[in-house]
Design a protein around this ligand. Structure first.
Ligand code: PBG
Ligand code: ZN
Length: 322
């Protein structure tokens, strides 16, 4: 008889044969920064997540330090929005100031800048709009300007999440031309048009005012297309590629990890977080165990980097279980 239970008889033995371990160093924690002073706004749909004004960021940075988190993904939310997304590439914009603040206070913390226009446009779309259409090529120039201004502010990694075609190549050239040859690009390569982004749009004030994002984000039914998206970004010299969301797309993560020898990231998105929180608050699930199981599943599927709102708590739990 095949006695598989032999290797499960003690915690030590189970640890010894465990195939997948999530490390604190795998986790990226998203941060929402708003304008104004002395503000810490709870995001109603994401219990435990807040929008901070820059002067209140330090308390969160302290927790990040304490947890041993090594990277944050920064989302700035300007109060002024227009059709050209001007605040996205304003050197004194809220995101640029936040990046400068973080890098000054904690030079070692990896600051990843999300590159997209939806937090900055009056219509809430990820690109420029003309006659109800989201323009591709015209948007690229603004994404390049935004990337450059955030790298100049101190961002360590540029992460385009807009899903315009050709943006990775355009941003790479813009960075190289200005001498930033060592700034990596983490591309949101296979980003699906997902209902799981619902809570995020409250956190980032980035919901589209008309229509949806289905002409640029991917159809959730497609996996071959995801491989084409990832391949296109690799050909344009992306350093890290991403699948987003994570939990409903573990098959896509798996396929990408088998197919490409590139560092793979997965985004455990807002809706995935909020569902766990909601059930935990009702006492219906054991939050710690469910979160660690989810993160392990994402890593087991093949992602190395996991972007997650659970990062602070998960880091604490991971240290306990070590
Ligand atoms: C901006 C962006 C979104 C997310 C990350 N960057 C929202 C969207 O595309 O509508 C989603 C993150 C989440 O749900 O946690 N383009
Ligand atoms: Zn966007």
């Amino acid at each position: 008889m095949e006695r598989l239970r032999r290797l499960r008889t003690s915690p030590q033995l189970r640890n010894l044969v465990r195939e997948t371990c999530v490390n604190v160093s795998d986790l990226v924690y998203p941060l929402f920064v708003i304008e104004g002073e002395n503000t810490k706004n709870p995001v109603r749909s994401m219990p435990g997540i807040y929008q901070y004004s820059i002067d209140r960021l330090d308390e969160e940075l302290e927790r990040i330090d304490e947890a041993g988190i090594s990277a944050v993904l920064i989302f700035g939310i300007p109060s002024y929005k227009d059709e050209a997304a001007s605040e996205a590439y304003n050197s004194e914009g809220v995101t640029q100031r936040a990046v400068r603040h973080i890098k000054k206070r904690n030079p070692e913390l990896i600051v990843i800048a999300d590159i997209c226009l939806c937090e900055y446009t009056s219509h809430g779309h990820c690109g420029l709009v003309r006659g109800g259409e989201i323009l591709n090529d015209e948007t690229l120039e603004l994404l390049c300007k935004m990337s450059l201004s955030l790298v100049r502010a101190g961002a360590d990694i540029i992460a385009p999440s807009d899903m315009m075609d050709g943006r990775v190549g355009a941003i790479r050239r813009a960075l190289d031309d200005e001498g930033f040859i060592n700034t990596p690009i983490m591309a949101y390569s296979a980003k699906y048009a997902s209902a799981y982004y619902g809570p995020f749009r409250e956190a980032a004030d980035s919901a589209p005012k008309f229509g949806d994002r289905k002409t640029y984000q991917m159809d959730s039914a497609n996996v071959k297309m995801a491989m084409r998206e990832i391949k296109a970004d690799i050909d344009e010299e992306a350093d890290i590629v991403m699948v987003k969301p994570a939990l409903a797309y573990l098959d896509v993560i798996k396929e990408a990890s088998l197919r490409f020898d590139y560092t793979l990231a997965a985004y455990n998105v807002s809706g995935e977080y909020s569902m766990v929180k909601a059930a935990a608050m009702q006492g219906w699930i054991d939050e710690k165990r469910v979160v660690l199981e989810n993160l392990t599943a994402i890593k087991r599927a093949g992602a190395k980097i996991i972007i997650t709102y659970h990062a602070l708590e998960a880091a604490k739990w991971l240290k306990e279980t070590e």
